[in-house]
Ligand binder design. Sequence first.
Ligand code: ARG
Ligand code: ZN
Length: 879
Amino acid sequence: QPIYRHDYRQPDYWIDKVELAVDLHDDVTIVRSILQIRRNKDTASEGQPLVLNGEKLTLKEIALNGQPLPESAYQVDREALIIFSVPDHFELSTVVAIKPHENTELVGLYQSNGNYCTQCEAESFRRITYFLDRPDVMATYSTTISADKARYPVLLSNGNRVATGELENNRHWVRWEDPFRKPSYLFALVAGQLVCHHGTFKTMSGREIRLEIWVEPQNIDKCEHALLSLQKAMQWDEQTFGLEYDLDVYMIVAVNDFNMGAMENKGLNVFNSKFVLCRPDTATDDDYEDIEAVIAHEYFHNWTGNRVTCRDWFQLTLKEGLTVYRDQRFTADMTDFALKRIRDVKKLRTLQFAEDQGPMAHPIRPESYIEMNNFYTITVYEKGAEVVRLYETLLGKEGFAKGLARYFEKHDGQAVTCDDFRVAMAEANQIDLTPLDRWYSQAGTPVCEVRGRYDAEQMTYTLQVTQSRAPTPAVQPAFMPCLIPIRVSLFDPKGQALPLQLADENVPIGEERLLSLSETQQQFIFVNIPQEPVLSFLRGFSAPVQVKMQRPREHLAFLMAHDNDSFNRWDAGQILAQELLLNLAQDWAAGRELKLDPLFIQSFGKILTDSRLNPSLKAMAMMLPDEKFLGQQIEPIDVDALYEARSFMTRVLARTFRRELLALYQQYHSTSPYSNSRSAIDARRLKNTVLRHFLTALQDEEVIALIGQQFQHADNMTDMQAALSCLMELEIPEREQALQQFYGRWQHDPLVLDKWFALQASSSLPKTLDRVLSLASHPDFNLRNPNRVRSLIWTFCSLNQVRFHSADGRAYKFLAELVLELDRLNPQLASRLVGAFNQWRRFDKLRRNLMESQLNTIIAQPNLSTDVYEIVSRSLNYR
Ligand code: ARG
Ligand code: ZN
C-alpha cells in the first residue's frame, strides 16, 4: 500500500485553530480537542465527508458545533474517524483516551524514566488526537496540560506559558499558546520532574530570549555545553543569514528514550539525552562536537522547517538537506573547514553511497513510501545537504544567502516544495537552475570518468569527462545527465598551481576553475600549459559523485604532498591506500605473500613528520580507509581478506615508524589538566589516533604500558575511551580488569554505560561475537532503550564487518531474532537494525544464503510492522 508523490492533492478541509486539553493520569490520559475547521473550496464540494487521522485512540465523546453527534453520523476504524457530512465552517470537539504508559514505540505521547514526552514527526500526532495529520495543514495551538503536582511539577508545550492554576487532588494545570501557525508534526508536550539550566540570548533586534535546558535532576551539571552551543548557533544564524529567533523562550528537553537524534518542535525541542548531556569526564571531544552540531541543527530548523515547512513528506529533504547543510557550515566555522568537510564526505561515501548500491536506493525526494519513518535516511539528509551545497558552489556564498532570503520572503508561513526552493534561488540570482532538477528526481550515485591528456607540442591539457550512474540494484528509469560542478586545478612538477586558461579565453582566470559538466560527455581544453601537469579533480568534493580515473601512483603521492586543497590532499592519500589495500586483499585471498609499496610507506612517513600540518588533519590523513568502505569497492565482499589486508598495512606502518609514532604520542600526550581548547582537542585526536590505530598493533610491552597509564590517569572521557578501545584489541588480563573498573565507575550513567557496550561490540577480536551474545542478556541491556540497543547491536551488526559476518551465520540468526522481538516493541528501531542486512547480495554465496534465509524467516512472520516489512521486502526483491 505505497503512497506516491504524484498523488499529492490538497486536503478537503483546513484546520485553523486547535485547543487541546491533556489530562495526564496513571491509568489513562484524556485528550480533549476543539478544532476550528473549514472546507477547502478548491478541492472539496459541499458536505464532503471529513476524514481525520487517528490511531490507537479510544473515542469517548464527539460534538459538532456543540451538538453531540449520533453514532450514525460518523464511523471509526483503526486509522481514521470519518464524519459523513459537515458544514463549510464548524467547530469539532472530541475527547479521546490514550495510554502513554503502555507505549513502547516511542511515538506520539510516551513515558521515559517516568516523565511524559512526545514525538510527532512524521505521522504520530494522530496518536494523540484525531486530526488532519499532514504538514500542509497549519494551525495555531493552545494547549492546557493538567497533572499531579508532585510527580509532574513541570508542564511544557509549544509557545508561551499564558496561565497556570491549581486543581483538586493535588493536581495543577498550565496553559501554553503558540502564536505561530504550524503543522501537527511540530507539536510537543512534556511533563515531569525536571530541572532547568537556563541562560539568555539578546537578539540582533535587541529582544531578550530566555533559553532553558530541561533535564532530570542528576544531570543538571551536564548542560552548560548545550547552552553555549545554542547561543553560538543563534548568533551564527543572525550573522550568516540574518535569521532571528521569534518566540520569547526556547526550550530543550533531554530524554533518555528517543528513537532518533532530536526533534525541532516549535519552541520546545525534545532531544535524545546523548545530544545534550556532557561533562569532560563523561563525554568525548567527538560527543561535544556532535552536541554542538545537533543543537544547532534543531535550532536552524526554526526557520528552515518550521517557519517554512514541507508541503508533503516527499519534500522532507527541503528542510533536512537544507538544515544539515546549515549545520555543516556552522560546525566548519566553529572548528575547521577542511576537517569538517573530510568528515562529512567520509560519512557520505561510506554510508550514502552504500545506500545507493542497495535495496533502499532512492532519490533525495523519494517517489513513494510505505512507512515514512523509513525515509529519514542518509540520502535525504546527507546527500540532500550536498545538493544544497551545489547551489552554493554555483551561486557563491553571497548568491546563496540572497536566494535563501528570497525563499523566506516568498514562503514564510507556508508549506512548500523542493521546486519552490529552487525557483527562489534562481529568481534571486537571475539564473536558470532547472538543470539541478535531476538531482531531486534520480536515485543513485553519478560516476564521472576522467581522462587527462597532455599535448607537449600544442602545450594543451585536455580533460575528457563522462558521466553515468553507478549500477543500482533497484529498478530505476534510464539515467539522465546531471549538472555536475567540478572544481579543478593543475600543478607543475614543483607543486605550483598553474594559471588556467580555457581554449576560448584570452587570458588565464585563476588557478582553480569551476567546470560545469552537464552532458554525458564533455571535454575541457586548457592552453599554455608548459609541461605535463598533475590534475587535482573535484576539489573540496564539489559534487556528490564517484570519480574514476586512471593515474600513476606517483601523481597521488604528489598530491598527498602538494595539493593546496586540504580535502583533495587528504583524498589522494585515501585513494592510494585504498588501491593498495584492495590489492593486498586479493593477494591474501590468493595465498600470495603480502608486500607494501615503498612509495606509500614513504608518503605516509612524510605526513607523519610534516610539522606544518594541523594535528587533527594529520590524524585524518593517517587513518586508513575502513573495512566497510573498502567492501563497497569489491564484489563479492571478502570480509576476511579486507580485515587481513588492513591489519597487515597497519602493522607494517607501525613497525616502520615505531619511533616517530611514539615520539608523536609523547609530544601530544598532555599531563596538564583537561582543556577544551582547539589545540587540546587536536592534540588528543592525533595522539589517540596514533595509539589506537597504529601503536596498539605492535602489542609490545612499552605500548601496553602506555595504554595502561592513559587508562588509569585520564581526566577526561576522550582519553579514557581511547585507551579502553585499545585494550579491546588486546588479549591480555588488563582488558577485563579495565572493563570491570569502567563498569564499576559508570554503571549508573546510562550514556557512559552505552560506551561500555559499544566498545566491546566493536572489538575486532574473534571472541567478540560470543561477547555480544552474552552482553545481550546482561542485566543492563534493555530493548526498550534505543541508545542501549544501538550501542550494542548496531555497533556490532553494522560497524564490525569482520565479526558480524562470521561465516557460521550465528550473528545473522541473532540479529534476526532480535529484530522480531524488537518489532513488537518498537518497529522504528527494529527497521533500522534490520537494515544491517541491506547489502546481503554483495557478499559471497555462503553468507548470502545465510542472510537470505534470515530475511525469509523475518518476512514470514505474521503481524510484521509496516516499517520492517518495507525494508525486508525491498531487500529480498531487489535485483
Ligand atoms: N526532524 C528531526 C531532525 O532531523 C528528525 C525526526 C525524525 N523522526 C522520525 N520519526 N523519523 O532533526
Ligand atoms: Zn533535521
